[in-house]
Design a protein. Structure first.
Length: 69
């Protein structure tokens, strides 16, 4: 594990995002880094597709719900 220097404003955004997503600041940073890497590797894939792919790879099964009418 190492230390990464980031700008104060980016750290503040990271802190806010971690609070909204119920992740630690380190977990939020890791999430953003991983998604950013995946976006660079797969530029034609949407964010939603990347997340769905990662969830499937982790063994998370979709939960089907009835849509509100």
């Amino acid at each position: 594990m190492g230390i990464v220097n980031i700008e104060d404003e980016l750290h503040e955004q990271l802190r806010r995002a971690s609070k909204a997503s119920y992740r630690s600041i380190n977990a939020q940073a890791a999430f953003w880094i991983r998604i950013g890497m995946l976006c660079e590797i797969h530029p034609g894939v949407t964010f939603q597709e990347l997340v769905a792919r990662e969830l499937r790879a982790a063994g998370v099964a979709p939960v089907l719900t009835n849509a509100a009418a």
